[in-house]
Design a protein around this ligand. Sequence first.
Ligand code: 9MG
Length: 275
Amino acid sequence: MLKSKNKILRLDTPQIMGILNVTPDSFSDGGRFNNHQQALVQVEKMLNDGASIIDIGGESTRPGAPDVSVAQELDRVIPVIEAIATRFDCWISIDTSKAPVMAAAVNAGADLINDVRALQEPDALSVAAQLDVPVCLMHMQGQPRTMQAAPKYDELINQIIGFFEQRIAACVQAGIKREHIIVDPGFGFGKTMDHNFSLIKHLTAFEALGLPILAGLSRKSMFDHLLSRAPNERLAASLAGALLCAQQGAKIIRVHDVKETADVIKVLAATLQAV
Ligand code: 9MG
């Protein structure tokens, strides 16, 4: 279970985090939801389709994406967060690594911080501790611009678990409650295709940390490498990945295709509940 402000998110069945990119260069929605009204229509659809969390990002982390200033990121995400918080009763996640964006987003209505840099940017730890909301710490080897150049691990799973142990200790030291921490192995972030499939296979290893696991594989290029599919042709592969991760213990699945993923999770839940 996660708690933020006056909200509770049960994790006894995997929850769906719907992706809302408010960047002009988003890799798979092409910036279509750059406009507020369109963003709200998309949010309503994702909630009706079964998402309980909406993850809003104003900085693209795909390799080669341009850097975004704090002012630009605030300009993209804050009005959308305010509009969602006023209209919908859902969890709002802010996908950012910048401390000023975390603070403004939580003040505008965000309930969760999703940081692909695991609170390693300046002031991120102290600001997240002050905000007192759950945080998702994602593992990434390198930086988005170069991370796919030649990712290399001596022991993939142990190294990522070691990284989480260090980041969790830093969070707790900074005053972040342990029960507020979510971990995410970071599919596609400084990982080869083989690393990504190994992570799916061994995802249960991360349960040893005793924290909820988030998995994000939706439309990622690992499926292109395996199947030679463009982003809009990766639905079946993404659903297979979502199911495998949910079976391997993921409690939050971050996706573009909420309706189809919700069906998959319901099939899994019904199977697990069957006598
Ligand atoms: C922002 N973002 C893009 N991919 C992601 C992933 O796999 N996990 C998390 N937590 N955030 C992601």
